[in-house]
Design a protein around this ligand. Sequence first.
Ligand SMILES: C[S@@+](CC[C@H](N)C(=O)[O-])C[C@H]1O[C@@H](n2cnc3c(N)ncnc32)[C@H](O)[C@@H]1O
Length: 254
Amino acid sequence: MSTSRDERINSFWKQAYSDVDDGGYISDDALLNHYRFLVEKSELLSFIEKHVPKNSRKRALDIGCGNGKFTEIMADYFDYVDAIDLSQEIITKNREENKKDNCSYHCESLEAFAKRVDIHYDFIYVGGVLMYIDELKIEESYKALDKLLNREAILVIRESVMSRKRVDKISESYIAYYREANYYQKFLDSKLLEKKENLAYRTSELKNVLIRLKLGFLFHKKVYQKLLILLKLKDKLWKPNYNKLVNYYYIFRR
Ligand SMILES: C[S@@+](CC[C@H](N)C(=O)[O-])C[C@H]1O[C@@H](n2cnc3c(N)ncnc32)[C@H](O)[C@@H]1O
């Protein structure tokens, strides 16, 4: 941990992961977290299948891996996966529970990792991390990504952004920057990432997935109970605090 920023983020996530399995990133409700994982898992798989040819699935990197669930998925598709996170506790837990031979976990920031290693990845996933990096430091993070990407590699960034006005949410333990969606779009347009191609830029299909689940539940024997769960989810998803915050995916090819 090199900076006080990293220390603050680390101590925040240390507490968060001890309270909730995924750190309570979207919600501290286990059911909602479960559905968030299913939605984001299907998005991640669709990006890999669509954009990474089978003969290029050698080395992948999961940045800010948290509980390692997305790392494990990537390990089924790539020869080898590295996963990094600032939180020592979650990295230790992931190492203890790791059942895959082809992935390893490192406690390091993106920026420090990029300086230390000389590896180029075919696929990099950055899920919910750039929102913790302020504008003065973000260029360093972009350069780190640029250094780590192989030629023709795919970079997927998933960020919580504001659909309307931007806010910088300040808490006692860390600061999250909920930016406008085009803030990261500007990264695509800048010269920071060499020879990039913008493949897609879109919101998560959470609503569509919920509709599909709802239709499925109509044929389930415990229909009523399941509908109640959906109503609970709906309340959580569309309550005022959440309705301006959306999940965006930015997909680039180098
Ligand atoms: C919102 S969680 C997302 C975890 C996981 N990617 C997911 O989608 O469930 C953010 C994670 O990023 C890590 N993190 C924040 N800044 C980082 C940085 N500069 N380098 C590496 N990890 C970082 C935090 O420790 C935390 O575990």
